[in-house]
Design a binder for this molecule. Structure first.
Ligand SMILES: Cc1cc2nc3c(=O)[nH]c(=O)nc-3n(C[C@H](O)[C@H](O)[C@H](O)COP(=O)(O)O)c2cc1C
Length: 190
């Protein structure tokens, strides 16, 4: 990969949502590559705090139902929209795979929680970039319902769900993103 290709991959990674996903399965081999690249993220004290759960088939359908029912349960009847309820279910149904993004807190709390959350987020970026390179669209969803994720995911003591990475092939996964100019976010101190 050239320097320019690397820059393009990073700058063209986007959040791409399930309505755009095409009906094409992601092979187990490629999912393993995506997950393996995730695990190469830096992590303080080598706790490897990421815990990933790959949902396909029935568990993925159950996730869609769980998320849409959470919306139903938290919305007053007069505000409830059947269309939105079905749209939430479709997120899981239209994805070829959904990766539950979980973080296992160090049992001895040798490091701060944010350091472990950051390590998982870095793993997610590795996975997201790998997906993009393979023509797979992805987005990180963090609905409020993740607080009750233990209802559908096996979570160990001290393990938290940080959201879901919805994955599916798209016609074109690389699209330019807009960001503020450097001077709005960077201070050079010399
Ligand atoms: C920790 C985290 C949580 C996110 N949660 C959501 C979410 O719940 N719903 C959503 O639509 N996008 C979510 N996103 C995606 C962001 O909205 C998206 O990355 C941002 O708009 C920038 O767009 P881009 O990814 O195309 O560059 C999340 C991103 C991160 C890093």
């Amino acid at each position: 990969m050239t320097n320019q290709e690397l820059n393009e991959l990073i700058r063209n990674r986007r959040s791409i949502y399930p309505p755009e996903f095409i009906n094409k399965p992601i092979s187990k081999e490629l999912l393993e590559t995506i997950l393996t690249n995730g695990t190469y993220a830096p992590n303080y004290k080598k706790t490897e705090p990421w815990r990933f759960k790959v949902l396909q088939g029935d568990p993925k359908t159950q996730l869609g139902l769980f998320l849409s029912n959470a919306y139903k349960g938290s919305t007053p009847e007069d505000k409830f929209l059947e269309k939105k309820y079905l749209k939430i279910q479709e997120k899981a149904n239209k994805s070829s795979a959904v990766i539950a993004l979980c973080m296992q807190r160090d049992p001895q709390e040798r490091l701060e929680e944010w350091e472990e959350l950051a390590a998982v987020a870095m793993a997610v970026q590795n996975m997201w970039l790998t997906a993009t390179q393979h023509g797979i669209g992805a987005y990180w969803g963090s609905p409020k319902a993740i607080k009750k994720a233990d209802k559908i995911l096996p979570l160990a003591e001290g393990e938290k769900c940080l959201g879901f990475l919805f994955l599916g092939y798209v016609e074109d996964a690389k699209r330019p993103a807009k960001r503020l100019p450097l001077e709005e976010r960077v201070v050079w101190m010399s």
